[in-house]
Write a protein that binds this ligand. Sequence first.
Ligand SMILES: [Zn+2]
Ligand SMILES: [Zn+2]
Length: 141
Amino acid sequence: MTAMADDATRLEGGCLCGRLRYRLERVKSAYWCHCTLCRRASGSAALPWVSVAREDFAFTAGTPAIFESSPGVARSFCGTCGSPIVFDMARESDVDITIGTLDAPDRVTPTHHIWAASALHMADDLGSGVPRHEGERPDEG
Ligand SMILES: [Zn+2]
Ligand SMILES: [Zn+2]
């Protein structure tokens, strides 16, 4: 995780309309996801995420809408403006937050790609130079 200089820093972010605000701290990893679900959820070619322990993330303003995109997987987003914010898989101790909704997204640098097997051609140049895993990252369950 050497690409991330700020793993001890508290970061803040929010949705497009500003109703949802959050804070997170102690960044554990950051990556690009090319799965078809993240593509649909974001409307983007790929979605960059930052991972923190569940207790290191909290909404500080507003209440998100939640969509269960798979059994045990809750995606939180703004019910007013639609910004995707959180990916929360119940069986894992970490949650993922969209880097694009951080106030200072350049403080975090993704170190790898996952689900690259379903990546769009237009996403070939996103975050080039870091490892691309065909599915999940091999050392993650
Ligand atoms: Zn909003
Ligand atoms: Zn995904």
